[in-house]
Write a protein that binds this ligand. Structure first.
Ligand code: PMP
Length: 458
């Protein structure tokens, strides 16, 4: 190893660039995107992806992790159904990294419905619903989702992410304004980008700041959309929906609530944040949800007025020009809704488990941020390297929980995120919390983390 290439095979210049990008991440706020890398490829390089600055930067980050001996905690291969437990490399683990909140993926009724749908309709509808035509499960699912949300209709898309991108991108345009919580999901920011509308963030959960934006900017725009999550996937907390509704009514704005992590979770029956607060669901223009979490399937939807759903069905590009929901996936989601309605005790168990996790974690001295203790509880680590090492140390002891690191969150907001399900036992929760506290303390005491890495590399 030469003097020049002593950090995981990185040259001195590359190493300094890596350190600069990591240092920049330490100072930025939440949800910071990595700085766009300057594109300076020569003509010859333009054909070689490996020479793209973005790819070089990604490789540098991977090499740095390898150099300090951190196994990649992402893309772990599971050999079995992932629920409250899972099998990784042939070994059982307690699993806190799945959105299978009510244990419905793998439920016999859900799998049975999917298998029957394959027998009856095959594995694909083979074209957009406009062209390939309707199947009974498409509208049945849309009616079931509309009923769940207490609104007139819904429209189902093949991906949750695409649901936000195409709906927001289509409904809003230049001259409009989109106001988003700083922790809003990427699919909503991508939708806003596609719309070409002006977008303003307000600090996470800060509705005073949202109100100030409305007061300053509302009159300059034709349409204004406020977008929030029903339960934030990063921090696990719930927005003040009654106040949001009052604000949007006062200022004449539309409200989109992304219920990806709150449907099946909040409310006595799991009907979401409207049920939780006991508000009239008709007061929200767009209820958005995904089928990939509680619903044990894949896809997304907008539940709204018939007027809006009809318009989206006729014109939204991600619907009109994309294949209809596959038979087993639509049937699985429909069956999952059925089990959820028949067995509200699952929702009650999930709540008990979420609250138990939060209480135990706080008692163990862990920083759980603003989590309200439902399906998502973060454990703040404040250092990407340490968060990845903590995840790996837990895996050795049979606990699977994944880190969220820069650039998904600011470096000082790096954390381990625990997803709780109705199927976890109190023992699994207590053990995971105990091990997390023990291993995080050990890592802190050893001083290992991004700071030591950066200091060592100077
Ligand atoms: N919205 C939120 C809040 C999410 O967390 C996710 C995915 N985790 C999505 C939308 C996208 O859903 P899907 O993964 O089903 O495409």
């Amino acid at each position: 190893m030469t003097e020049e290439r002593n950090l995981g095979g990185l040259s001195k210049t590359d190493r300094e660039k890596l350190m600069q990008s990591l240092r920049a991440g330490r100072k930025t706020g939440r949800g910071h995107r990595a700085e766009p890398v300057r594109k300076s490829a020569t003509k010859a390089q333009a054909f070689d992806f490996a020479s793209l600055p973005e790819i070089k930067q990604m490789r540098m980050q991977m090499a740095a992790a390898e150099m300090i001996g951190i196994a990649n905690p992402f893309f772990r291969a599971h050999d079995a159904l992932a629920g409250a437990t899972t099998r990784i490399n042939g070994r059982e683990h307690d699993n806190f990294a799945s959105y299978n909140y009510l244990g419905l993926s793998g439920h016999p009724d859900v799998s049975g419905a999917a298998k029957r749908a394959i027998d009856d309709f095959g594995t694909s509808v083979s074209a957009s619903r406009v062209v390939a035509g309707e199947r009974p499960f498409h509208r049945d699912l849309e009616h079931a989702l509309a009923e769940l949300h207490g609104v007139e209709d819904s429209i189902v898309y093949v991906s949750g992410h695409a649901t936000n991108v195409t709906t927001i991108g289509h409904l809003l345009g230049e001259g409009d304004l989109i106001l988003t919580d700083a922790l809003i999901h990427n699919s909503i920011t991508e939708g806003a980008r596609l719309a070409g509308a002006k977008r303003l963030n307000f600090p996470h959960g800060n509705l005073d700041a949202l109100e100030a934006h409305l007061e300053t900017h509302r009159h300059r725009h034709e349409h204004v959309l406020i977008a929030v999550e029903g339960l934030y996937s990063m921090d696990g907390d719930i927005p003040d929906l009654p106040r949001l509704i009052a604000l949007k009514q006062r200022h004449g704005a539309w409200l989109l609530v992304d219920e990806a992590h709150s449907i099946g979770v909040l409310g006595a029956r799991g009907y979401g944040i409207a049920e939780h607060f006991g508000i009239d669901p008709g007061a929200v223009e767009l209820w958005m949800g995904t089928l990939s979490k509680t619903m044990a399937s894949c896809g997304g939807y907008i539940a709204a007025s018939s007027a809006l759903c009809d318009y989206l069905r006729a014109t939204a590009p991600g619907f009109v020009y994309s294949v209809g929901m596959a038979p087993p996936l639509a049937a699985a989601a429909l069956a999952a809704i059925g089990v959820m309605k028949r067995e509200p005790q699952r929702v009650a168990r999930l709540k008990r488990n979420g609250h138990h996790f939060l209480k135990a974690a706080r008692a163990a001295g862990l920083d759980t941020g603003p989590s309200d203790g439902y399906s998502v509880v973060p454990v703040m680590v404040g250092d990407s390297v340490r968060a990845a090492m903590l995840a790996n140390a837990l895996l050795e002891d049979g606990v699977n929980a994944l880190p969220i690191i820069f650039p998904a969150v600011a470096e000082n907001a790096a954390r381990l995120r625990f997803f709780i399900t109705s199927e976890h036992t109190a023992e699994q929760i207590d053990r995971a919390v105990h091990l997390t506290a023990q291993k995080l303390t050990a890592l802190r005491e050893s001083g290992v983390g991004l700071k030591t890495l950066m200091d060592g590399a100077r």
